[in-house]
Design a protein around this ligand. Sequence first.
Ligand code: ADP
Ligand code: ZN
Ligand code: ZN
Length: 758
Amino acid sequence: MSAALLVLVALPVPLFTAFSYDLPSAFASLAQPGRLVVCPFRSKRLLGVITEVRSVEASDAAIRRKKVIRVLSEPSLPEDLFLFLRELAGYYLAPIGEAMRLALPPTERWTETLLEEPTLFPTTAGIAQRKIAFVVPCTVGASGASTVQALTKVQAALLARVRGLGGAPLAALTQTFSSARTVAARLAELGLVQIEQREKAADPFFSEAVAKDTAPTLTQDQAHAVARATDILTRVASGEQRTGATMLLRGVTGSGKTEVYLRAIADARAKGLGVIVLVPEIALTPQLVQRFRARFGDDVAVLHSALTPKERLLMWKRLRAGELDVVIGARSALFAPVLRLGLLIVDEEHDPSFKQEEGVRYQARDMAILRAHRASALVLLGSATPSLEAIHLTREGKAELCVLSTRARAQALPKVELVDLRRTGAGPSGDKRISLPLHRAIEQTLAKNEQAILFLNRRGFAPSARCEGCGVLAECPYCAVSLTFHKRDGAVLRCHYCDYQMPMLTQCKACASTDIALEGVGTEKLEETLAQLFPAAKIARLDRDVGSGKAAHRILERMQRREIDILVGTQMVAKGHDLPQVTLVGVINADAALSIPDFRASERGFHLMVQVAGRAGRGDLGGRVLIQTYDTKHPAVVAAQTHDVLSFTELELRARKELGYPPFSRLALVRIDALDESKALASAHRLAAVARQTQGLEVMGPAPAPIVRLRNRFRFRILLRSPSRTDLRKGARAILAAGLTIPSGVSVVVDIDPASFL
Ligand code: ADP
Ligand code: ZN
Ligand code: ZN
C-alpha cells in the first residue's frame, strides 16, 4: 500500500493557519515548499503557496480532504525566502498567506477567473509598445463638482494613492486594490479622476545613458569599513559564516557612505553573491540609482512604483533566474527573489518609511536583519543619524560599528545658527516664519547665485481655517481633525487623513459669520510668500501634493541642473540629495516636528534637522543652516546645532531607559475601531482584560487614539509593553484569539513594534 501526499498551503486569506489538501500523484514531482498551487477554498479557487509536504498512510489519506487543483511549475519562491517569510509571519502574528504575498510576483488578480496559467503570469514579450490606462486626479475646481460626497473606504484610499502619485497606471493600482477598475470608474463618474490612454513611458531611471565612473581612492575611514565588509563577505561566500552579521555604518552627511556600499556590492558580486539595497523612497533617490548604474552598468534591477505589473514580473523572473544579482528599491525590495543572497544594505536605516503601515505591518530594517540571519549574510545599515534601535544593537554586541567621521572631500559641515522666534522679528514679509535673519540669508544666497532649501513639515496652504465670529475650526465631517486649505487645487479644504474635500467655506456653518481666517503656514503659502518677496528667483515646491513619483524626480533633476533657486518642501527635501550648489538650508519651524504625540518625536525631529542641514555645503562653496524655533533649549535643537549625534543619542537613550520605552522594552499596539463608539470601547475593554491575564506584561489602556475618529470610525488603543518578547507575544496572541469573538463591525489590528501611534 503506497503512501499518499498531503500538502499544507498558505492561502491569501486573513487566517493564521495553513490548510491541508490532498496532492494528486500527478503533481508529486513538484511537491516542494515554496511552490504555487491552485486550491479550492469555500466557493472559490485561490492561489497559495505550499508550506509543507507530508506523506500520509493510505488509511489516513481516506479522510476526505479537498484536492489541490494544480501545482504551477513556475514561478516558485526560493526556499530560503520562503522560510524567511514564514518566520516573518510568525514574528508579526500575520496570516501566513499574506506574508507569502509580499514576495510573490504580481498577478493581475488572485481570483479564479485569472487562474489559467498563461494569463496568470503573462509572457513578458513586447512590454514596450502598448498603450496603458492611466488614472489621473482632477482638481475639484476643474470638475465643477461643488459637493464631494462621502467616499467609501476603498474609493478614498484609491483616490489618495492617485493624488499622492500625481497619477498612476490602472494596472499598477490593481496590485493594491483588487477592485481598482470599478473604483476608478466610479471616481471618474464623480469627476474626481480621469482615465486616460497613454503611451507607456520609458523607465525614468533608465531614460538617460550614464557614463561609467572611476572609483575614487577611499579615505581611511572608508577603507576600514570596506575591509570589514569584505572580510565578512569572504566568510559568507565560503560558507564559514553560519549566522547573519550586522554592520552599522555611521557617517556624517556627505561622508561617502554610498562609496562604501558600492565597494561592498562590487565585492559581493565578484564572489558570486546576490545583493539587495533598500532605500527609503526610490523616487527621491534618482542620484543613487545613477551612481549604481555608473559603477555597474544597467544590469541593476530597480523596483519603483512607476513599473507596470509586467515589468515587475520580468524583473522578478530575471532575479529568480539569477540573470540579475543586484536589486535596489524601497522596503518591498526586501522580498526580491535574489539568489545566493550575501549582502543586504539598508540606506538611511533610521527612516520611518521602512515601516509598512498596512496589511502585514513589517519593519524592513528589522526584517533585513532577520533575512540576513537566515541566509547567513551581511547586512549593512547606513545613516548619518542612526536609529536608537541600531545603536542599541551595537551596544549589545549584536552589530559592529564603523564610523566615517568626516566628509569625504574634507568639506566642513555647515554652520548651524538658531533663530529664536520669541526674540526675532519678522522680515519684510511681515510673516514671522520668514524671520529677518532668514530673509537676509536668502538674499545673500540669491545674490551669489547659489541655491537654498527651505524645510517646512506642513503641506497645503494653511493647516486650518477658523471662524473669527465663534472660533469654530473647520473639521473633517468624518475625522476628528481640522481641514487643510489648499489653494493650488482650486481653493479647497482637504482632510489629510481621509481625503475628503470641500470648497473653501464662505460662511461659518455654526454662526453664519463670513469672517473665516486661515491659520498657520503650509508649503504652498511659503512658496507664494517667497515668490512675492523674491520675484526674480525661480522657486519650486516638493511635497506629496506635487507628487512622489516622476514629478518629484523631475524637480530634483531641475534642482541639480540649477534651474531652481529656492526649493521649498516637506521632509521630501531632507532625503540624501547631493546638490553641491546648495549653500543655505532653512528650517522654518523646528517645533512642529518635536511636538507630535509620540515617544520618538524628539528623535525624529533631531534626525530631520540633521538630515536637512546635511543638504547644505556639500560642494566647495561652504554652507549655512538656520533653524527657527521657539524653544532654543530643546535638547534635539541644541544637538542639531552642533551636529552632535553622540550626545543626543546618549541623552535620548537615557530617557528611554528611564521611561521603559524601546529599545529597552518591546511594544505592541492594539488598534480597535468601529462605527459605533460604545461597541468599539466595550470591545477594547474586553480585550484589555484578556491581555491583563497574561504574565510579565504591562497593559496600558484602552485609551482613545490621538485621532479619535477617522473615516467615521471611533478608535481606541491598547498598548502592551514588556521587557520580554515572548511575554509580549503571548499577550498579543491572546488578544488576537479573543478578537475573533468580539461583535462584527469592530476591527482589531495588532501592530508589533509600532512606529506610529496616531
Ligand atoms: P553620503 O552617502 O555619506 O551622504 P556620498 O557617498 O554621497 O555621502 O558622498 C559625498 C560626496 O563625496 C559625493 O559627491 C561622492 O562622490 C564624494 N566621495 C565619496 N567618497 C569619496 C572619496 N573617497 N574621494 C573623493 N570623493 C568622494
Ligand atoms: Zn462661526
Ligand atoms: Zn477626514
